[in-house]
Design a protein around this ligand. Sequence first.
Ligand code: FRU
Length: 450
Amino acid sequence: MWKNKFHITPSHGLLNDPNGLIYWKGEYHLFYQWNPNSCEHKTKHWAHLKSKDLIDWETLPVALEPKDWFDKNGCYSGSAIEKDGILHLFYTGNVKNDGKRESYQCLAISKDGINFEKKGPVIHNKNIPKEYTRHFRDPKIFIKNGIYKMVLGAQRVNLTGTIVVFTSQDLITWSFEKEILDGDFGFMSECPDFIEDGENAALLFSPQGVEAIGDFYNNRYQSGYVIRELEEIHKNSFVELDRGFEFYAPQTFKDEFDKNVLIGWMGMPEELEHPTVKSENWIHSLTLPRTLEIKKDKIIQKPHINLQKLRKERVQLENIVVDKELDLSKFNISGETYELIINFEKIESEIKILLRKGKEEYTSFAYNPIIKKATLNRNYSGAGYKGIRTCSLNELNNVRIFMDRSSVEIFLNDGEEVFTANIYPKKDSLGIEIMSEMLFTIPKIEFFKI
Ligand code: FRU
């Protein structure tokens, strides 16, 4: 009952990071870390799907299985790039011999985008520079100034996290270039990525071991970015990409419009107590695709334009007055899977939107204009993890909410901030209610069934 309807979700077993995202020969290819054998972090395969529009996905045979000497304990995360019409996948072969970790950066190629031929390691475990441990993984490849670059998550021998760059002319021979992160980013940085948007650039990564400060870094591990050039050592500060709960290890790719798009893992390492494990034998989904733009030193994330294809019946309301509380069910605005857009005019007192509201449960999104904070509260959402996440926001002009069977993504102010969370309400908790301390008018509400 919680299997998401329009998010990528495994048929069974455990899903984690999105891998190998690429628009290739007119189709999107998407892979993800998949353990088909149980809902634990073991035996990682690369599951494979493709799509013409990022909406309707066709499941293809598993692309990579952990069965060779260089990847026998897991085909870990990595990326895809096209060269001479051939699809190249780079991934980390995780190996444990007598409990000792080895890490191989491996290549697999495909001409038809279905069958992959493993070529083995391009960076051998024994060639990892001596400054780093074997926590050395997640190759993301891209071209910069005509040279192939590979960014990798790494751990220094003093057990602090960093990112390193390798370069190559041909995708086969790789040389270590340098470390590109200074400062203290916990004990490991996973899944690095790099985007350029016009004059601007950002380095994305998922650090582990960063301590919480106030509203920041409250999840087990973080995922965010620094606005900077690739090799310009950290000068701006680290910003979290998502303000909610389950969001980690995202990866970017260029879509058919040559825009940067991001898909993240709607999960968190080491958090396996989701109710779907026992009742439905699966765990975790991917986020919706988000188009990225860098504006004023910030990454703006908008739901990908193709998501409009999900829209079914529409209800639109204008100039709706909220007198303390407004139950939207009476306008046929309620349900399990939907997109809901609310445009606001100046908000003068705290407002709340209660989602998946049932007899005893709801998920609440609130904005308080006095303290200028937005809050997602899932303490009353139903089964699963609980908690509250808050972020500062100068004003709230609009919210765009994507509700699926067990997840919610809330985009604020056309992508200025996003809150992502897994929630596990009862099947009949379908209500949507708006509450306000003061009487106020909402200029426009748009609702689409999905
Ligand atoms: C991030 C991560 C990656 C690794 C993969 C293994 O969630 O730990 O660093 O490659 O998952 O599944």
